[in-house]
Each structure stands twice: as structure tokens, then as C-alpha cells.
Design a protein around this ligand. Structure first.
Ligand code: GTP
Ligand code: MG
Length: 210
């Protein structure tokens, strides 16, 4: 499922559970038309947006976790595929944007921990760190969250970023992708690209309005 990747030197990937808004974020990042949907599992293969002249690639990876109508076996295959993809391409991936549903992420993580199961989002975050891919938590659907600071603090702490969340502006980015509000994510990605020595690639992303 991952064989048609364009060969590019610098890559940013979007990952996260199904239906959290990865493709909606991608549409905002690229200004290109991207399929999004109400039902989980819309994106089943990586979707590549590439800029040949910039040697730059943005990749929307398939969602993992529960998907209605998708077998456990198929879900496991997708998860294994994502892990392998990150391992194989780690040297070119400068940022891994882990997209979370702000209204559900803490509860899902806590439910898994209570059962003694490792939460997959935490595992992926660990894997990014091991592979020296800079992680960014895009905490999306913030329009559905009433207790903004508390929620962001709680989510951040689960991933090892002590509160207050505001001190992690390159790592924790609240977004409302549906309304096109992704400025904190753009600011984080600008800074990561700059630090990785690829500041010129910022020109391929929209300008944050701040
Ligand atoms: N309330 C709210 N809904 C959003 C937001 N961003 C995306 N959505 C909605 O969430 C649903 C899923 O969005 P997608 O972008 O398709 O999600 P995805 O993560 O790509 O899903 P898969 O492709 O299944 O992995 C759609 O109905 C979006 O309109 C947001 O910021 N707030
Ligand atoms: Mg999608």
C-alpha cells in the first residue's frame, strides 16, 4: 500500500486515528482539494502532495484504530504499514504531525491505560522520537472543546509535555481545521523547517495570519 511514494528529500507526514481531521488539515496545508468525510476510513492509502522543484513532500497517512466496516486484520495491516513507512523514510521526514481529536483524545488514552493497553497515539509519538522525527501534536476539533487550557494541558502531559501547554508552542498546536484555523500548526512547522535547515520550504505552506 505504500509503494508509489514520490522520491523526495524532505517530508512532513500527518498521522492519527481515523476521522480526527487529517485530510481536512491537509487541505488547509496545501490549498488542494482533498477527500474528507463524515465516515471514518475515507483515506485508506497514503496521499502524497509533492513539490518536485522543492524536493518536498506532504503525506497524509491512513487512519488507524477502530473503523466501522474494517476488519481487525485490515486495521493491523494498516498500523504495521504506518510503522514501517516511518522506519523506512525516517531520514527524510522532518516532522510527524500527530493529529488528535481534542474532544476525545484524553479519554481514549485514559481508557487504554486503565486497561493496561499501550495507547497507540503514545506509541507512535515514542516511535517518532526514536526515529528522530520531530513530533507535533495537532489537537484538532477544538471548536468542540469547552475547557480549552485544561484539555490541552491534560493531553500534553500524557505525551510528556508538562503543563502549561503554552510553553510547547512548537509541539502542541490547537486547530479547528474545519474552519481553516490551523495557524498554531503552521507556526510550529515553520519553526521545525527552519531548524532543520529547510527554511526555504516554508514558501510551500500558507502564511500564518499572526
Ligand atoms: N467539529 C469539527 N469537525 C472537523 C474538524 N476538522 C475536521 N472535521 C470533520 O471531521 C470529519 C473527518 O475529517 P477527515 O479530514 O476526513 O478525517 P481523517 O482523519 O482524514 O479521516 P480518515 O481519512 O478516515 O483517517 C469530517 O466530517 C470533517 O469535516 C474540526 O476542526 N472541527
Ligand atoms: Mg483522511
Amino acid at each position: 500500500m505504500f509503494e508509489d511514494r514520490p522520491d523526495r528529500g524532505v517530508e512532513i507526514v500527518l498521522l492519527g486515528r481515523s476521522n480526527v481531521g487529517k485530510s481536512t488539515i491537509m487541505r488547509n496545508l496545501t490549498g488542494r482539494d482533498v477527500a474528507t468525510g463524515r465516515r471514518p476510513g475515507v483515506t485508506t492509502k497514503p496521499t502524497y502532495h509533492d513539490w518536485h522543484e522543492g524536493d518536498f513532500l506532504l503525506t497524509d497517512l491512513p487512519g488507524y484504530g477502530f473503523m466501522k466496516g474494517t476488519s481487525q486484520e485490515r486495521q493491523d495491516t494498516i498500523r504495521t504499514g504506518i510503522v514501517r513507512y516511518l522506519e523506512v523514510h525516517a531520514s527524510s521526514i522532518v516532522a510527524g504531525v500527530l493529529v488528535l481529536d481534542g474532544n476525545a483524545a484524553a479519554e481514549i488514552i485514559e481508557r487504554h491505560l486503565a486497561r493496561g493497553d499501550p495507547p497507540y497515539a503514545l506509541e507512535l509519538h515514542e516511535l517518532l522520537l526514536e526515529l528522530q522525527i520531530t513530533p507535533v501534536l495537532a489537537v484538532n476539533k477544538m471548536d468542540k472543546v469547552d475547557t480549552r487550557d485544561e484539555t490541552l494541558d491534560t493531553i500534553g502531559e500524557h505525551f510528556g509535555y508538562p503543563s502549561p501547554w503554552q510553553q510547547w508552542s512548537d509541539r502542541i498546536a490547537p486547530t479547528v481545521a474545519k474552519a481553516g484555523r490551523i495557524d498554531p500548526l503552521l507556526v510550529a512547522l515553520y519553526s521545525i523547517l527552519e531548524e532543520a535547515g529547510h527554511g526555504s520550504l516554508r514558501g510551500y505552506l500558507p502564511n500564518p495570519h499572526q
